[in-house]
Design a protein around this ligand. Structure first.
Ligand SMILES: *Cc1c(COP(=O)(O)O)cnc(C)c1O
Length: 409
């Protein structure tokens, strides 16, 4: 008899976005002629930039010729991309990494979910709340999260991020082994100033903890004082693993490419106190379970670092940030409390009169025909908020704002 991994059975039955789709479909069935605009999607809408498209065409031609065809590539990625990453994402910020500390991934989701395999099942974890669901769910699957009670996992320390604390998570007053941080943050769209991030690095160093740092939205930072990488903080090489993705940076959600940084200085302990470097463990893990990101995707990513690529990617980010600014301005004018949206493509909006997230979601759907994401879907501290995304087409976003204006006025 094959026994199932029962930890999977503890997972919430439904994925948040499936629940939303169900409610939207119910509305559509009742109102077949209605035209709904979604500000709930976490996916990009603008096409790949010309530099990237050209690189993919060129790579496809190479694959079509015997002399330039490529089969399996290195599991940790091609040097042409890893070198471009070192030179463009880190050196200009004074961060010196070794090429073997960069692991090209097929998007950050896989690696943020898989990285926890490197640490024992009984480590404790701490997460900011609300949070990108992958961090907790991947720990649930291996049995590390414990059991769920009132929407909270027993072995997870929740660090609330709300309007009351300015969305700055408080340093725990007890030891946690693993901490997940995501900045700029999904879902709140808020950022962590350098002095706050410093506190986390110092906490990790002092408590011999590890930080998993998700920098998927780093390219949206507009304020020069906000750190783009945790390695801008002294000592982070000893305690942090960082995840990057080209999904939101350059519209790669369908192309699939990003990278993970595992510094050679970061170690975890055996029960007898021996220090084990995680860089080598991750390399070993990747060689066993991963055969690399496609050559086409890696050439596409390399093109982002050319002069044209950089300019074109910036233009698309400005396109989305125009949405973000317009949304923030309009909603604030309507008297709503709006957070984020300045260094991230997300806005986090407090529901008026303390209404529940799902109730406000339904009102907005039924009265304005606009879809948002209920904040409570991202964790208990998300109750009383909704998330809006700036990833829509500008015309649609403008139309959605008009509808919200007419509804709330
Ligand atoms: C979108 C997103 C990612 C990127 O996922 P990919 O697998 O690279 O597409 C990672 N982390 C967060 C928080 C995200 O919202």
């Amino acid at each position: 008899m094959a026994l199932v991994n029962e930890h999977f059975l503890k997972l919430p039955n439904n994925y948040l976005f499936a629940d939303i789709a169900k409610k939207v479909n119910a509305f559509k069935t009742m109102h077949p002629k209605s035209d709904i605009i979604s500000l709930g999607i976490g996916d990009v809408t603008q096409p790949l930039c010309p530099a990237v498209v050209e690189a993919i065409h060129h790579a496809a031609d190479e694959m079509a010729t015997q002399a330039t065809f490529r089969g399996y590539g290195p599991e940790q990625g091609y040097d042409f991309l890893r070198e471009a990453i070192l030179k463009n994402d880190f050196l200009p910020r004074g961060i010196h990494l070794d090429i073997n500390e960069i692991f090209i991934n097929d998007g950050a989701k896989s690696d943020t979910g898989n990285i926890q395999e490197l640490v024992r099942w009984d480590n404790s974890i701490g997460v900011t709340d609300p949070i990108y669901p992958v961090y907790i769910d991947s720990n649930v699957m291996i049995g590390r999260a414990g059991v769920v009670e009132n929407g909270r996992w027993s072995n997870v320390l929740y660090m609330p991020c709300t309007a009351e604390n300015g969305f700055i998570p408080q340093i725990p007053n007890k030891r946690v082994d693993i901490i997940y941080l995501c900045y700029p943050n999904n879902p709140t769209g808020t950022v962590l100033p350098k002095e706050e991030l410093k506190k986390w690095v110092n906490y990790a160093l002092k408590n011999d903890a590890i930080i998993f740092y998700d920098a998927a939205y780093e390219a949206y930072i507009q304020d020069d004082s906000i750190p783009h990488s945790i390695y801008e903080i002294r000592g982070a090489r000893k305690c942090a693993i960082e995840f990057h993705s080209y999904s939101k940076t350059a519209g790669f959600t369908g192309v699939r490419c990003g990278y993970t940084v595992v510094p050679k200085d970061i170690t975890a302990s055996t029960l007898t106190g021996e220090r084990i470097p995680l860089n080598h463990l991750w390399y070993r893990r990747q060689c066993t379970k991963f055969n690399g990101t496609s050559y086409l995707s890696q050439r596409a990513a390399q093109a982002i670092y050319t002069q044209e690529g950089k300019e074109q990617v910036k233009e698309t980010i400005s396109y989305y940030m125009r949405n973000a600014h317009k949304m923030k301005e309009t909603l604030t004018k309507l008297g709503l409390e709006v957070y984020g949206g300045e260094n991230a493509p997300y806005l986090w909006v407090k529901t008026p009169n303390g209404e529940g997230s799902w109730r406000f979601f339904e009102q907005m759907l039924y009265d304005a025909h606009v879809v948002c994401t209920p904040g409570v879907g991202f964790g208990p501290s998300g109750e009383g908020y909704i998330r809006l995304t700036a990833f829509g087409q500008q015309e649609k976003t403008d139309e959605a704002l008009l509808r919200i204006e007419n509804w709330l006025k």
